[in-house]
Design a protein around this ligand. Structure first.
Ligand SMILES: [Zn+2]
Length: 251
């Protein structure tokens, strides 16, 4: 079974670049990632367009046969990304076999800039527990090995099976987010109760998840509340809120 990807994940993981960059880069993608990506771009005009542009750029680069291939590739790719920004250009690049639904697909409204939606995995420091460790603590510690190894899909599955354990609940949600399962992450983050020691960080991730979903109007009230709350994430929330304002003003 493959997890559904979203555009944010595609961009964050450089999936398009890795997909077209040749066998070595493609081999760094698992079969599961490849299948999920292919499923995504066939249904997503935005990623489909970028993929076509990246392919065209790569072909152009190979034709030129530049001595410094990597440099040339980056240059061509950047140029192509800039040029192919309209739906009509996408239409022209679309292969004859593309499903009809792509032809009528409309470009979505302006997308929240990637740097505003970007997420760093929440920090986990394995703390030496003194005294007795509960069975849930022990399972949590085991599951967090997957988390620290960036095996987020695995971590999410293990952590969400540990019930009534606040750290597991939070890191399960964070793992979903890092794995690109944004909808599942949003649901899990919304379920973190206000009395959880992770309540504030959950709100922060929730705001980020909404930005990744291109729903800034849902992120804004969360950021405002965090900013007014004066906690650990107040300053970061205020800064992000300001960046959102500037982006909206310049749109
Ligand atoms: Zn996409």
């Amino acid at each position: 079974m493959t997890a559904p990807l979203d555009c944010f994940f595609v961009e964050r993981e450089d999936l398009i670049e890795r997909y077209v960059a040749g066998d070595a880069a493609k081999a760094s993608l698992s079969q599961e990632q490849l299948a999920a990506f292919e499923e995504h771009y066939f249904g997503c005009p935005v990623c489909f367009e970028k993929l076509q542009a990246a392919r065209a750029a790569r072909e152009a680069m190979l034709t030129v046969g530049a001595s410094s291939r990597r440099t040339a590739w980056i240059g061509w790719a950047a140029a192509a990304m800039v040029v192919v920004t309209s739906a009509s250009a996408w239409y022209l690049l679309r292969p004859a076999g593309a499903p009809a639904s792509h032809v009528t697909a409309k470009r979505p409204p302006a997308t929240v800039p990637l740097e505003l939606a970007k997420i760093d995995p929440p920090r986990y420091d394995a703390v030496e527990l003194r005294g007795s460790e509960s069975p849930a603590d022990a399972r949590f510690r085991g599951a967090m090995k997957a988390y620290t190894a960036a095996r987020y899909q695995d971590a999410a599955a293990q952590l969400s099976a540990i019930s009534s354990h606040a750290p597991s609940q939070f890191f399960a949600a964070a793992s979903q987010l890092m794995a690109g399962n944004t909808d599942a992450a949003i649901a899990a983050l919304q379920a973190v109760p206000p009395e959880s020691p992770f309540a504030e960080e959950s709100k922060w991730l929730l705001a980020k998840a909404w930005l990744g979903r291109n729903e800034p109007d849902k992120a804004k009230p969360i950021l405002d509340a965090l900013s007014a709350g004066g906690g650990d994430f107040a300053a970061a929330a205020a800064r992000l809120r300001e960046q959102l304002k500037q982006w909206e003003a310049g749109r």
